[in-house]
Write a protein that binds this ligand. Structure first.
Ligand code: BGC
Ligand code: CA
Length: 346
């Protein structure tokens, strides 16, 4: 009886031993749980950036890499976003991607992340430099605002030189208005300043009629543009918008008021969102500047995987900036196609 028990015990031990050895040959997959929170779920550019991010992560998944992602939109409230970060950490996220509501107020989020040793990749809304120094596991992925403004200015210069009819009242000056993004956003004032400076330094005489803040938003831009049209009627020759959604809001305003083509200005945006590219293609927008969301998303995805799997050791550079490029009706179709292809499953 006793020896039988002994035998069973020996066999059991053997089986367990084999199982353990088998496991050693097949290491379990690296688990990356990414928590994303972004300032507002109605933002066209960010919705497309995050969907591209999801696609890229999907393509990186393998037997060795188990990637999951949880996404939260913060409804433009920093308090809500702080709570979301807490929730994401509690849910076991081991890396965070944060698009701050208030780019000057990341301290609570940084404290929470540091307490739990969860690195943060900030994106698109850049924290101020001192805050980025609060902890070594903070990163930023974005783009250079100055460059986008300069490129928008160059697009406008080319259009004005090519088409003298843009100066509709032929006074040798371009009467223009600006639609601006959120005050305090690194991409708002800087884009405007650089676009205007580029026009001036290329010898274009300008007369600024007015500007309105429309917070990146198409509907707000439409209503602000209606106000400016009612003030200046058909005097406006050029609309510079800090993003495509606002440029399209301005186009909507003229359409709503049934303006004919000879009385509407030229419009320039920034982003090259799907709606922006389509509008360039059918010439509702004279041009836009591509805010390279696919490569921003790819940089975020690689960084997230790197930080978790190598514990951040492989990365010394805290900042990654992707370049902008110009979009006109010459290259809009090919870009649209590329964007579509990059969204396809592997
Ligand atoms: C984009 C805007 C977007 C904003 C959100 C900017 O870089 O050009 O379209 O609304 O970021 O933070
Ligand atoms: Ca003029």
């Amino acid at each position: 009886m006793r020896s039988k028990r002994k035998k069973v015990a020996v066999i059991l031990f053997g089986v367990l031993f084999l199982c353990a050895c088998g496991k050693q040959h097949q290491p379990s997959a690296e688990k990356i749980h990414i928590g994303v929170t972004y300032y507002n779920q109605g933002d066209t550019f960010l919705n497309q950036l995050i969907s591209s991010f999801g696609n890229q992560l999907e393509k990186m998944k393998s037997d060795k890499l188990d990637i999951t992602m949880t996404i939260r939109g913060a409804s433009s409230s920093q308090r809500i976003q702080d709570d979301q970060v807490k929730e994401l950490i509690d849910a076991g996220c081991n890396v965070l991607c944060v698009n701050l509501v208030d780019r000057t107020d990341p301290s609570e989020i940084i404290d929470l992340a540091r307490e739990h040793d969860v690195p943060i990749i900030f994106f698109n809304r850049e924290p101020v430099a001192e805050d980025m120094l609060q902890w070594e596991k903070l990163y930023y992925v974005g783009a250079d605002a100055e460059q986008s403004g300069m490129l928008q200015g160059e697009l406008a210069v080319d259009a004005i030189l090519e088409n003298p009819r843009i100066d509709r009242n032929r006074d040798g000056k371009i009467q223009f208005v600006v639609l601006e993004g959120e005050p305090g956003h690194q991409d708002a004032i800087i884009r405007t300043e650089n676009a205007v400076d580029t026009l001036k330094s290329n010898g274009i005489e300008l007369e600024k009629l007015s500007y309105r803040i429309a917070n990146w938003n198409r509907a707000q831009a439409q209503s602000r543009m209606m106000q400016m049209i009612s003030q200046y009627q058909n005097k406006i020759e050029l609309v510079l918008a800090n993003n495509d959604d606002m440029a399209l809001g301005a186009v909507d305003a003229y359409q709503k008021l049934n303006y004919t083509e000879t009385d509407i200005p030229v419009f320039f945006g920034i982003d090259g969102t799907d709606v922006g590219l389509e509008a360039v293609l059918d010439k509702r927008l004279a041009g836009t500047v591509y805010n390279d969301k696919e490569n921003q998303a790819a940089a975020m995805a690689e960084l997230a995987v790197d930080i978790v799997s190598k514990n951040g050791k492989a990365r010394k550079d805290k900042y990654i900036y992707l370049p902008y490029f110009k979009v006109t009706d010459d290259n809009a179709a090919s870009i649209l196609k590329k964007v579509e292809m990059s969204g396809k499953k592997k």
